[in-house]
Design a protein around this ligand. Structure first.
Ligand code: AMP
Length: 476
């Protein structure tokens, strides 16, 4: 299961956390539109509201009122094909002998099945097929024997994969980022408390200050009275595996991730794209909205080129990926984008997007631009060809569905019927992010993953923990 989601956790001095949680989920809505949820704790008991749909539809004022307590966590979940339904909506909550737990997870474990089997054998009853529940049960079990920090460390030593978590243990809010820092997570300071969120845009929305990123392998424990936080560096690895695609597509341009402003990164990638494969045309057009910052960087580097809007987006149409069939996906592109003829007719155009996944969007857009009178249509893409699936939490289609899965760039150009096509190099990604390839997750563009995934190649020395029915023996 792939879970590309948004998580948040908030501790305040004496104000209810529900409303700021609700606002921050709005700020993270782009990370997931299938369901939204909040779990709070008032010092005595947990309160939970989890609903299918967009944040604005999932909560009404009464729901927010009923979520008592100044500590809480929230989640927005991305729609994926395999796992639609309320059983996977989050935060996931459980009560157990020594208290209550709530969990919000962004990412995807690659060894959840092994742990699930072991825990099921020990009598744990699972209500969903999600890996988040596996983390919750593992943590609940460890909490019976160890204090909070040790219990989290034990669970971290057993789970393998990508996870940025906000956790609620009774009224204490925690943030955990996997040892390779695959998904983003950051800490922010508010006037009367602290927040942990997937992206800093959520902190901005609350008028807070970004303090810093949560470090890979770090546990952050917020003080329930909003007065501060403690940090525990629980696992240290030599290399990170930051997802480059967060910077390319997924995150908001106004968020800072691992010390880079996403907008600046995209503009810089656009500049590189011009340097590597710039072509002179009458006009440069972005695919709204995902190609916009790339196109502005590209046009900036090109200097004497006209940068214009040639496609208008209907903002009320959701992301094309939500459409279950190819036919519906194709129709959705036409619903979503309409050409502005005057900027296109009789002109040679360069169309810029961040990525090509299945190729549906680019095929449709090249046709749309030609129908609107473009003389030539050149495509430039702000990321390398996506050749392999993502196992780390971004729903990216299967290998067979990926247009670059078994085609050369020239074959793709031919397929989408563009006059020319060029992608950005992996080197450019690494240079702009200021990270070596050994510190990035490039699985979808190289086919080699920084995690030990069954049936796939890995690009580094990583091993999944052996889960063999014996309690973990992490040196506490
Ligand atoms: P496709 O039409 O399948 O080639 O998808 C490419 C378009 O979808 C581009 O405009 C991207 O901005 C966007 N995109 C890329 N990755 C994703 C994703 N994981 N979910 C939704 N949209 C995406």
């Amino acid at each position: 299961m792939h879970e590309k989601c948004g998580v948040v956790g908030i501790s305040l001095s004496d104000r209810a956390a529900a409303r700021p949680l609700y606002y921050s989920l709005y700020a993270l809505q782009h990370r997931g539109q299938e369901s939204a949820g909040i779990v709070t704790h008032d010092g005595f008991q947990q309160h939970s509201h989890v609903e299918m749909g967009l944040v604005g539809d999932a909560f009404d004022p009464d729901d927010i009122e009923s979520l008592n307590g100044s500590n809480g966590i929230g989640h927005v979940r991305y729609p994926t094909s395999g796992s639609v339904g309320t059983s996977c909506a989050q935060p996931f909550s459980v009560s157990f002998k020594s208290g209550s737990l709530g969990l919000s997870h962004n990412g995807n474990l690659v060894n959840a099945e092994e742990i699930r089997e072991e825990l099921a054998g020990l009598g744990h009853a699972f209500t969903s097929d999600g890996d988040t529940e596996v983390i919750a049960h593992d943590l609940a079990r460890n909490l019976l024997e160890a204090d909070l920090v040790r219990a989290v460390k034990r669970t971290m030593s057993r789970i393998h994969g990508s996870y940025s978590l906000t956790i609620m243990h009774d009224e204490t809010v925690l943030g955990v980022r996997d040892p390779q820092g695959n998904r983003p997570l950051c800490i922010g300071e508010l006037e009367d408390g602290y927040v942990i969120a997937s992206e800093s845009a959520a902190i901005d929305t609350l008028d807070g200050e970004l303090v810093r990123d949560v470090k890979p392998g770090e546990l952050v424990v917020l003080h329930p009275d909003g007065s501060g936080y403690d940090s525990y560096q629980l696992i240290d690895l030599d290399n990170t595996a930051n997802c480059f695609f967060e910077h390319v597509y997924f995150a908001r341009p106004d968020s800072h991730i691992d010390e880079n402003l996403v907008y600046d990164v995209r503009r810089e990638l656009g500049r590189k794209l011009w340097e590597e494969s710039g072509i002179d045309t009458d006009v440069v057009l972005p695919v709204p909205d995902s190609g916009r910052s790339f196109a502005s960087g590209y046009a900036d580097a090109a200097e004497d080129v006209e940068f214009a809007e040639g496609l208008m987006k209907n903002r009320y149409v959701g992301r094309t990926f939500i459409m279950p069939t190819q036919d519906e996906r194709e129709r959705a592109v036409r619903l979503k984008l309409n050409p502005i003829k005057s900027t296109i007719e009789g002109k040679t155009v360069t169309l810029i997007d961040d990525s090509i996944v299945r190729g549906t969007t680019s095929t449709q857009l090249v046709k749309l631009l030609r129908d609107a009178g473009a003389e030539e249509v050149h495509m430039r893409i702000g990321s390398p060809p996506i050749v392999a699936p993502c196992y780390m939490g971004i729903d990216m289609a299967t290998r067979e569905e990926l247009i670059a899965g078994d085609r050369s760039v020239e074959e793709i150009r031919d397929h989408i019927e563009a006059d020319s096509l060029a992608y950005l190099s992996i080197d450019a990604i690494s240079e702009v992010l200021g990270k070596s390839e050994a510190d990035l997750c490039l699985g979808c563009v190289t086919g080699e993953y920084p995690y030990d995934i069954e049936g796939e190649a890995t690009d580094r020395d990583v091993e999944r923990p052996v889960i063999d029915g014996v309690e973990a023996t992490a040196d506490d």
